[in-house]
Design a protein around this ligand. Sequence first.
Ligand code: FCB
Length: 447
Amino acid sequence: MPLADDLRRQFPSDFVWGVATSAFQIEGAAHEDGKGESIWDRFCRQPGAIADASNGDVACDHYHRLDSDLDLIAALGVDAYRFSVSWPRVQPLGHGAWNARGLDFYERLVDGLSARGVRPYLTLNHWDLPQALQETGGWAHRDTVHRFVDYARGLQRRLGDRVAAITTHNEPWVIAVLGHQSGSFAPGLKSRKTAAQVAHHLLLSHGLALRALRADGARAGLGIVLNLAHTEPATDTPADRAQARLDDARGRRWYTDPLFKGHYPQEVLDELGADAPAVEPGDMAVIATPMDYLGVNYYSRAVSSADGSFDAKRSGLALTEMGWEIYPRGLTELLLTLHREYTLPPVYITESGGAFKDPLTADGRVHDADRTEYLRTHIAAVAEALRQGVPMAGYMVWSLMDNFEWSSGYAKRFGIVHVDYATQQRTLKDSARWYREFLAARAAAAA
Ligand code: FCB
């Protein structure tokens, strides 16, 4: 495919291509082999919390299908697989005793990847906090920061010499704001003050974990994954432009300024007033501990209007099934903004992809041309950032396979592999075939 060839040639040979998942979204086996309860296990049982009233009890049954799923990953020809560890599976109460069977599972996962020539990118926290820690205050409680550091150290002891990267947190904004302010995600709390404190504790635990893991002799690269949008004003009026600057500060710089500059954006602190987080002396320096890489999850742009009147449905851009605008140019813009504002470590796009309708057709295939186009144009957007000097290191598709999409349940499909939840059969969608060809062309060129 000439298009794939042209695109592929724009990336250096050591650029890392991958696919991504997270534990709660695919593993299932929610109550097996000594796993503890997570806040997502609990949240799914709250009436109305999940659109299709589903839960993660079975999900993609990945826990029981590890070997064949690893074969599937390897067959795509990717360099890397990004996955997360379920904290309550390896440490059921979030402190104290470790669960040997849980640790064994991740050891088989990591060794199975390496045996297949795929580099493991491990995330410590993709949202499924042990419920026992929620009972004592969860991320709003400063103690949880230290529990997280112990968990990180324990995992590194067991797996640290065999993984390429350890990410502390996936998308702290989502945990803080959706989990503790809007309440649409676990643990379902609704307080702006709590959300601000949670964000601070997530960042603090990230920095402390980096320092502890390095003191213990870390071999893997260490970093964090942020969900970032490119924020634009709806119109060119001063009011909309001011709104866009404030929204960008709330959603993006609230995380990137502390990580790269060691302080929170003043305008957001001013806005929070008495809801601003309690910060102890030394916290900000810990948060700014240098990282080996930054992970960016990008799905769409954000549009700001002072009167809140912007409606994506009328923007004229195509939308995914999530209602998110398809806007690859925003990815280039975002990366250029980050490059302009900070001295960046290598940057990975750790999630990129879209939910589309995806029917299995009579020929046993899923003709998801819209997803292939989404991936192609977003990869091209990364190539453009690279051309303009952003230190891009890798790109990972969200997601390897259809899975439990949080409060949307199983209705939204992000996979490049289709999952039939009744039979657990996996079928490569056309987008997976395209990605495989794209990567194969690259392997051929390197040979
Ligand atoms: C991100 C999450 C990931 C997935 C995608 C669609 O916010 O990190 O788990 O749900 O969105």
